[in-house]
Design a protein around this ligand. Sequence first.
Ligand code: GAF
Length: 385
Amino acid sequence: MDPVASAEHLFAERYGRRPAGVWSAPGRVNLIGEHTDYNDGFVFPFAIDKRTTVALGDRDDRLIRVASTFSPDVVELHIDELSPDAVSGWAAYPLGVAWALGEFGADLAHVRGVDLHIDSDVPVGAGLSSSAALECAVALALDEHWGLGFDRPTLAKVGRLAENRVVGAPTGIMDQSASLLGEHDAGVFLDCRSLDADVIPLGFAASGLSLLVIDTKVEHAHSTGGYAARRASCEAGARALGVESLRDLHVGDLARAQEVLDDETFRRVRHVVTENQRVLDTVRSLREHGAGSIGPMLDASHVSMRDDFEISVPELDLAVETAQANGAIGARMTGGGFGGAAIALVIDALVPVITKAVGAAFAEHGYRAPAIFTVHASQGARRDA
Ligand code: GAF
């Protein structure tokens, strides 16, 4: 069954009537630009061909009811009771988005309740931002159904606020922007300070290239520990150097930064400053020389995350090194780190070779078998029916 028919069927099975509409939003892969978003820097992610679907039906009262294929629970809440702390678990995402719409000025006092049914093929915990896919699908569905009229950059902020407050993860704007602004076969080059976005053709298929995702199955959570600590280091570094954010520093400022900062903070800062430059270099190289030219930036990004930002894990390093040793054009861990996935840009013919080599290397090290698959850049959030 196609995803739209399936969403309509699941809604009807749960609620006993047809939905009024179906919306969906994709997960994302970040090609390059890691931990730069909350430093007002540059990112270059793309929306992937794995999506979260929301079927929505009207109600006569003011309850929001949410059901999904990932849990037997049906959770309901009165619109007047929406708050970041009202619900926990997966239902906190859709209900957090409804709350966040109100925080951005939506008049929720006069909207009617809705029933939502949610389904998804974005793998959870793989670093492909299943959470942003869920937030953005619900944000767009409620925005259009309730006629709120928010633009997509604002809906991205709504999703981020839900994530920051409901899940407690101090994440940036990248994932929601990719999910809302992505287009077929294109990356989203986003300036996270101005929120100006340029949608740039990737041309992987035309260049005979595939983008492999290697999900290490090492679980990560950005609401705990490392992610927040890295963000705090970046903010401390910016303060010590007297700039509003690390975006305001360039590679030429690093010598002074090294004199002022302790070694660890300096390395965190150096990652962000050089990563911003790598995003700019990647975009320029892609435009001027095509996708086959961006490998060195991807490889350097991984080294920087491994050694300076210290957010890699042995499984991610092994995935990256094995892909590189078997002919990948470039490879790096992607996303927030501490687990999740690596990506490798590879010539089509090498997909089976690299898949096999990475699987064998993981087995040899006694690591859990990774999930390895290709992804394609796809359209962002949309109404499907
Ligand atoms: C996670 C966050 F959600 C993003 O905002 C971003 O900071 C990323 O980690 C690291 O680049 O996906």
